[in-house]
Ligand binder design. Structure first.
Ligand code: CP
Ligand code: NVA
Length: 290
């Protein structure tokens, strides 16, 4: 059976724990695995990326493989070639393929017709690779995930949904505070609240993401108004547990969803999260191609 990683729900609790332990091992010894020797991994980007692109490209090289970055606007998909046909062609050249695109349904369709592993590098609905790195960051900080409380403050978007989903697989309690109209749907595994203060109470970490995701630009003014009270700053962190730290998947907008003091200060592990993308995704690639 071909393994895919489309939402994160493909992993059991044990598999996720093993993957994170493996990521920590690979972080200690980045060149210790040649799991991708003589293997080629395609990375399709239909949206901009800094962290995901660099961490996957370098990660594949560190595992002894060869990355092929494919920009969406350079593929025939941009001229209407069917996803099914694209999948049938890519599977004959590549060993695995990652996709960053708009609708989750596009990634699901590629996976349906692919005999090689397909992994989600961000869709409007999910960002599971990000959350593998986030869980690794929490594990490094606390030595365990079990019983941790993670507060997420802001838009009920792809990052919030993946935190809820993978958090519940990992045993992390995720509490999401969003303004009315921007809530995560029920049933993701997260507790939903309106007030950021309620979410951060007793939290081990306080996570936020942009107010305006890729594709939301037309709503910029309304979103800035709606989210004005959903900023992670020192005052909000003071309401969490004493050693709680801020998290952010980046790119950040200091002065909007996070204060510059927190982003560049000592009460955050944001830059560790960005580094951990590579280590966590290398463990994911090993799992996908095992
Ligand atoms: N966090 C994240 O996915 O960053 P990029 O958009 O730069 O890849
Ligand atoms: N929610 C953001 C995440 C960026 C990494 C977006 O989709 O643009």
């Amino acid at each position: 059976m071909t393994r895919h990683f489309l939402t994160g729900s493909e992993l059991t609790t044990d598999e996720l724990a093993r993957l994170l332990d493996r990521a920590a091992e690979l972080k200690r010894a980045p060149r210790s695995s040649s799991a991708l020797a003589e293997r080629v991994v395609g990375l399709v980007f239909e949206k901009p990326s800094t962290r995901t692109r660099v961490s996957f490209e370098v990660g594949v090289v560190e595992l002894g493989g060869h990355p092929v970055v494919l920009r969406g606007d350079e593929l025939q998909i941009a001229r209407g070639e069917a996803l099914r046909d694209t999948a049938l062609v890519l599977e004959r050249q590549l060993d695995a393929v990652g996709v960053r695109t708009g609708p989750q349904s596009a990634i699901e369709e590629l996976a349906r017709y692919s005999s090689i592993p397909v992994f989600n590098m961000l869709s409007v609905e999910h960002h599971p690779c990000q959350v593998l790195a986030d869980l690794l960051t929490l594990l490094e900080a606390y030595g365990t995930l079990d019983g941790l409380r993670l507060a997420y403050v802001g838009d009920g978007n792809n990052v919030a949904r993946s935190l809820a989903l993978l958090g519940s697989i990992a045993g992390v309690e995720v509490v999401v505070a969003s303004p009315e109209g921007y809530e995560l749907e029920a049933g993701t595994g997260a507790t939903l609240v309106l007030d950021p203060a309620d979410a951060v109470k007793g939290a081990h970490a306080v996570y936020t993401d942009v107010w305006i995701s890729m594709g939301d630009e037309a709503e910029t003014a309304t979103r800035r108004d709606a989210f004005a009270a959903y900023r992670v700053d020192d005052a909000l962190l003071d309401l969490a547990l004493p050693d709680a730290f801020a998290m952010h998947d980046l790119p950040a907008h200091p002065g909007e969803e996070i204060s510059a003091e927190v982003l560049y200060g000592s009460r955050q592990r944001i830059w560790d999260q960005a580094e951990n993308r590579r280590h966590a995704q290398k463990a994911l690639l090993e799992w996908l191609l095992a």
